[in-house]
Design a protein around this ligand. Structure first.
Ligand SMILES: Cc1cc2nc3c(=O)[nH]c(=O)nc-3n(C[C@H](O)[C@H](O)[C@H](O)COP(=O)(O)OP(=O)(O)OC[C@H]3O[C@@H](n4cnc5c(N)ncnc54)[C@H](O)[C@@H]3O)c2cc1C
Length: 375
């Protein structure tokens, strides 16, 4: 069953910052609507990702260390349940449902038609990109892990490793504040890594500008940040992806580099967590990975002809990461072949999620192969 929610894409912001967002809105529409009101929502990077799935699985993005996950800002949701009731789930009404909708994964309890988010005022932001020389991945990764663990919550950074002989890496980040503060943080990383980046882009942006930069459409209008078949300029690309959650301790940089050696065409994106993400207890919402240092996304472009081969490589890296001490996974990079997926996505929160799903959907109308009740 596919329910097309695209028409439910209204974004309305009250003067107190409470924002009502239709469940079919894409991230670029949410960011544009909030930016017009001077507010922000921590969300994900890709402009065409839907606010629905993103929020329900957690919502990891460049403002997460300062403002939390997208689901941490969810104060209420309007939900249509399998018996055709329309419920409001918030801290006082249907609290178990409200808990489950904050990281329990899309499609498990009912159809969300509207989200209400608490949105903070949008400050000035600084984005940066630091490509490092070939052969420096172990040093950069070692320094990066310590750097993000010790950094103030205003700093978010992703260490993006591309497979090869040897693998290469760059650090992409966002700082809540002016470029001076970002530059001080970058200098700390460069000193700790003991290797200089081959370039250094540091740019002040407003909220919408920073979101577009991270989305790869810095110079586009909001309308252009849509797929071509909806009048934008973004084309469809095929890829295979999966995830792991690192930490709380660091992984061995040399062994992780070895895992990416010879893997041309595969990227490993380590997105820092901590800060505001780590503040709630692991069972305060359904999102369990509160003490993770970073999410790890394994990503490789694929076509129908190469898919099986690419998938085998991506699976090897995923399983290698688990052996390096990263057994968890992010439900929003849902993976049909992930071993022990219930525990990997949800940890100790799985039993409560199953009870909640059975209560709101006792006949399993919304069940799918990796719905919580199938675990
Ligand atoms: C290019 C790309 C970049 C990404 N970047 C990020 C990122 O930066 N951060 C991050 O956290 N994630 C990211 N993701 C992952 C993303 O969060 C998930 O793919 C998410 O599931 C997308 O939600 P959707 O609503 O667009 O997808 P859909 O495929 O429509 O939905 C995903 C799941 O959620 C369910 N669902 C969706 N809407 C509702 C609703 N209203 N009510 C009930 N269930 C619903 C669906 O049934 C389905 O099970 C990225 C994904 C892609 C493809």
């Amino acid at each position: 069953m596919v329910i097309d929610l695209r028409a439910l894409n209204t974004v309305r912001v009250d003067p107190d910052g409470s924002a009502e967002v239709g469940a079919g809105a894409r991230l670029i529409e949410v960011y544009a609507g909030l930016a017009a009101a001077g507010r922000l929502l921590p969300g994900g990077s890709c402009p065409t990702v839907g606010i629905g799935g993103l929020t329900l699985g957690g919502g990891i993005g460049v403002l997460a260390r300062r403002y939390g996950l997208t689901c941490d800002r969810l104060t209420a949701a309007e939900v249509v349940t399998a018996d055709s009731c329309v419920l409001t789930a918030d801290a006082e009404h249907e609290p178990d449902l409200h808990w489950g909708l904050r990281g329990g994964g899309g499609g498990n309890f009912g159809v969300v038609t509207r989200f209400t988010f608490d949105t903070p005022p949008a400050p000035g932001l600084t984005v940066f990109v630091l490509p490092f020389p070939a052969g420096s991945v172990p040093q950069v990764l070692g320094a990066w892990q310590q750097w993000v663990a010790d950094a103030p919550p205003e700093l978010w950074a992703s260490c993006q490793i591309s497979g090869g002989n040897p693998p290469t890496c760059k650090v992409v980040g966002c700082w809540v504040g002016e470029p001076d503060g970002a530059n001080r943080q970058i200098d700390r990383l460069v000193r700790a890594a003991g290797t200089r980046p081959t370039g250094r882009t540091v740019a002040a942006k407003d909220y919408l500008g920073a979101m577009k930069f991270m989305a790869g459409c810095a110079n586009d209008t909001v309308a252009q940040c849509h797929p071509t078949w909806e009048g934008g300029r973004l084309t469809r690309t095929g890829f295979v992806a999966t995830s792991r959650m690192l930490g709380p301790g660091p992984v061995d940089p040399a062994r992780l580099t070895e895992l990416m050696t010879g893997r041309t065409g595969v990227d490993l994106l380590l997105d820092s967590l901590g800060g505001a993400v780590a503040e709630p207890a692991p069972d305060a919402t359904a999102f369990p990975h509160r003490d993770s240092l970073a999410s790890a996304q394994v990503y490789a472009g694929a076509t129908p002809a190469t898919e099986d081969r690419v998938r085998a490589t991506v699976d090897e890296i995923r399983d290698g990461l688990a052996r390096l001490g990263a057994p968890g996974a992010y439900v929003n990079y849902i993976d049909a072949t992930l071993p022990d997926w219930g525990r990997a996505y949800y940890g100790a929160n799985l039993p409560r999620l199953q009870r909640t799903a059975r209560r709101y959907d006792p006949d399993g109308v919304f069940a799918f192969p990796q719905s919580v009740t199938a675990a």
